[in-house]
Design a protein. Structure first.
Length: 314
């Protein structure tokens, strides 16, 4: 998995700020915020944001699903994130725009609060080596039920469930955990990533009916697989199918594609031809090389003189 360095930039409505979010903020007290994670890559053509619009459209969808009021449209979000990324002075980074409320008031009617946009940008090391394979376990903590929460929304509060599962997995000596759908008992996703398996050359990922977040990297991998002529399927996946798979890997914005070395006591073969082929295709896509899609890459805005002199402040 990718580890971020400590340096980061915070931009609030276009202004770099060092203020912390008030402890009494409703978003702190109740997890009432929605967010996105977007990768910025150092490409031969300069720093690029990968699949920016897809992420921002999902941010708008998340806010709508939770009933969060705000004053942003896609154009405003795009301008904010591009400006913030340019202002950071970084070229490899994790960009996280968050719609949140700073108001230190109690209550859970989201219509009573003013939500604003803030973006944090975390420096990442150059993306020139694949992540090490991980060992995972099936978690006793299931994903949130779709009868309880709109699982398509990427909300801060729901990640406490991921934290429970990841913490338990780490205590048991694993790197990550596979979480199951609470109603069907089928495979949903890992704590912060989507799950893929390969069996006889066929690529399968759990369908969205089983409490699965519709990951942007998930969609990217499915698209790249079809480009490579790999048979793909979004389908219900039983836990036992993971054990029978030839290859298993995880996908997420921050980490890209991460191979799974083993599940509980089961170890997978070292050869991962499908995973390796997709990893190469993914790297070409994010760097604008090979048979990539130019529409997936968005250049940064050029910072104005008033903002460029703020670089280096964190």
């Amino acid at each position: 998995m990718v580890t971020t360095r400590a340096s980061h930039t915070t931009v609030m409505d276009g202004v770099r700020q060092e203020r912390e979010l008030p402890f009494g903020s409703n978003s702190v007290q109740h997890g009432t915020a929605v967010f996105e994670g977007i990768r910025m890559y150092a490409t031969p053509a300069g720093p690029m944001l990968f699949r920016l619009d897809a992420h921002l459209e999902r941010l708008l969808d998340s806010a709508a699903l939770l009933g969060i009021p705000h004053a942003y449209d896609l154009t405003a979000l795009r301008r904010h994130v591009r400006d913030a990324a340019a202002e950071s002075g970084l070229d490899n980074a994790y960009v996280r725009p968050v719609l949140h409320t700073r108001e230190p008031r109690l209550g859970v009617n989201l219509r009573d609060f003013h939500f604003t946009l803030g973006t944090e940008i975390w420096a990442l090391p150059p993306d020139d080596t694949p992540s090490s394979p991980v060992r995972v376990t099936v978690s006793p903590w299931h994903r949130p039920s779709q009868l309880t929460f709109p699982v398509r929304a990427k909300a801060t509060g729901t990640y406490v469930v991921s934290a429970l599962a990841r913490t338990r997995a780490a205590e048991d000596g694993f790197d990550d955990a596979i979480q199951l759908d609470p109603n069907s008992g089928r495979v949903a996703e890992s704590t912060i990533a989507n799950v893929f398996l390969v069996r006889d050359g066929r690529l399968v990922t759990p369908w969205l009916e089983d409490s699965v977040l519709a990951g942007i990297t998930r969609d990217t991998v499915l698209t790249l697989a079809r480009d490579l002529g790999i048979e793909t399927a979004e389908a219900p996946v039983q836990p036992g199918e993971l054990l029978a798979a030839d290859e298993v890997f995880l996908t997420g914005t921050a980490s890209g594609l991460v191979s799974v070395a083993g599940l509980d006591t089961h170890t997978y073969a070292a050869g991962r031809p499908v995973t390796d082929a997709l990893s190469r295709a993914y790297r070409e896509a994010v760097l604008g090389e090979g048979r990539h899609r130019p529409s997936w890459l968005t250049p940064l805005s050029h910072p104005t003189p008033s903002t460029s002199r703020l670089r280096g402040v964190s």
